[in-house]
Design a binder for this molecule. Structure first.
Ligand code: NZQ
Ligand code: ZN
Length: 389
């Protein structure tokens, strides 16, 4: 196992009713709260009213910042930072999924920094030696795990770059996770988020060291849990236990615990992010299209782990088969699961248009040096073409 330092400052409140029970206490010391949310789902399902009732009862000044759309943009971050400064906001409350949470982490930083935020913190890894605005999050859709890390994936529309950084200073101070808040998420988005969780775990699991280590053992348990509960939730979206498991799986996948002592991959995320920068495609769906093909390109370089994945996660019967055959059956099982969940399996199904410049997208992808087989831009283009239809 590699050396590591572990820190996670986010305090998590989990379970039905946690917002009305704890939000008042958590926001007590703040006067002006920026309430940030997406395109309006929280107004339809009653979450907005529940939160406002708590804030009003405490006579907070609430500055609303709505319309944070999927794949949040740098322009939206700067708009939020301006609003926060103008109104002397002393706490941000992000209500939504990864897009709202990521945008708000970036706002919490940008509102307290005078320089070039994009260049100093997203192009280059910056040093946060100043206080960012305190951030609390209320999760309404499960997937990214943004609630328990400092990661913020932002799209610079002008430059056509979608990129993320994880700054521990940007971890939310608190996260309220009520599984019932996710009941109204569409099946399509639920499955997309569920696959995002699985992808985060796979991208972490498929990395050195390959020998016995606790992080990988936790990952195997988590992958099995995601697969099992996503199947249950697809049958019955109101299954509280399945939704609870998925909600905690998402946080566990991205709260740094399974990354301890390990190299990680995340090349598929790099590829999907750039597809998103050019096409605004859905994050989890983009990952679903790319994963099996990417794994068929790299499995030989991490064969023992792909074999273990097949046997432990997908119960592939190993009798009479070579390691390669077992590994490939595991990837086939992953692909079959993607189809069963109704996720897209080709770039065409993802809605990518014929005139897209796949080479430009491939050339713009970051290369992860710790992958079992670090990609070249040419090989990424091959993968995109193989995923076409
Ligand atoms: O905008 P509203 O109207 O709220 O609708 C949203 C949105 O359309 C809807 N939704 C959310 N809660 C709902 C609901 N609909 C009904 N009922 C509810 N309770 O869900 C849609 C998708 O929301 P979004 O936040 O975009 O989804 P997700 O959580 O998948 O976030 C995706 C973003 O996070 C980034 C992705 O790249 C993408 O930009 N990621 C962030 C990561 C991180 N910070 O650690 C890691 C990930 O790998 C990922 O890159
Ligand atoms: Zn993801």
């Amino acid at each position: 196992m590699n050396n590591f330092i572990f820190e996670n400052k986010t305090k998590v409140f989990f379970g039905k009713g946690c917002v009305s029970e704890y939000l008042g206490c958590l926001s007590k010391k703040y006067q002006t709260i920026m309430l940030a949310y997406g395109g309006g789902s929280i107004k339809k399902n009653g979450i907005y009213d529940e939160i406002m009732a708590v804030l009003k009862s405490q006579e907070k000044k609430v500055i609303e910042f709505p319309n944070i759309i999927a794949n949040p943009t740098y322009a939206k971050v700067m708009e939020g930072a301006r609003l926060a400064r103008e109104n002397h906001v002393d706490m941000i409350l992000a209500v939504g999924g990864g897009s709202v949470m990521d945008c708000c982490k970036a706002i919490s930083l940008a509102a307290c920094y005078d320089g070039d935020v994009w260049n100093d913190f997203w192009v280059y890894k910056g040093i946060i030696d100043f206080d960012v605005l305190p951030l609390g999050v209320i999760v309404t859709v499960t997937g990214t795990g943004s609630e328990m890390n400092g990661g913020a994936v932002i799209t610079n529309e002008e430059l056509k770059i979608k990129t993320g950084r994880d700054y521990p200073a940007c971890n939310p101070a608190f996260a309220l996770l009520d599984p019932t808040y996710t009941f109204t998420v569409s099946k399509r988005q639920m499955v997309s988020g569920g696959f995002d969780i699985l992808s985060h775990i796979m991208e972490t699991y498929f990395g050195e060291p390959n020998e016995n280590n606790v992080s990988d053992d936790i990952s195997i348990a988590l992958m099995k849990n995601v697969i099992h509960n996503l199947e249950i939730a697809l049958e019955n979206p109101f299954d509280y236990n399945a939704r609870s498991n998925l909600m905690w799986d998402a946080a566990m996948a991205e709260n740094r615990i399974i990354k301890l002592g390990k190299n990680t991959d995340f090349e598929v995320h790099q590829m999907e992010h750039q597809l998103g920068a050019y096409t605004n495609c859905n994050h989890g769906e983009g990952l679903a299209v790319l994963h099996p093909t990417y794994y068929r390109h790299i499995y030989k370089y991490g064969l023992s782990k792909f074999k273990q994945f097949a046997i432990e996660v997908w119960q592939v019967n190993e009798a009479g088969k070579s390691d390669e055959e077992i590994a490939l059956e595991g990837i086939d099982a992953l692909e079959a699961f993607i189809k069963k969940m109704g996720l897209p399996t080709t770039l065409k199904q993802l809605g990518i248009q014929d005139d897209i410049d796949l080479k430009a997208i491939a050339d713009s992808c970051n290369i992860i040096p710790t992958s079992y087989k670090p990609m070249t831009h040419e090989e990424i283009l091959e993968i995109f073409k193989e995923c076409w239809n």
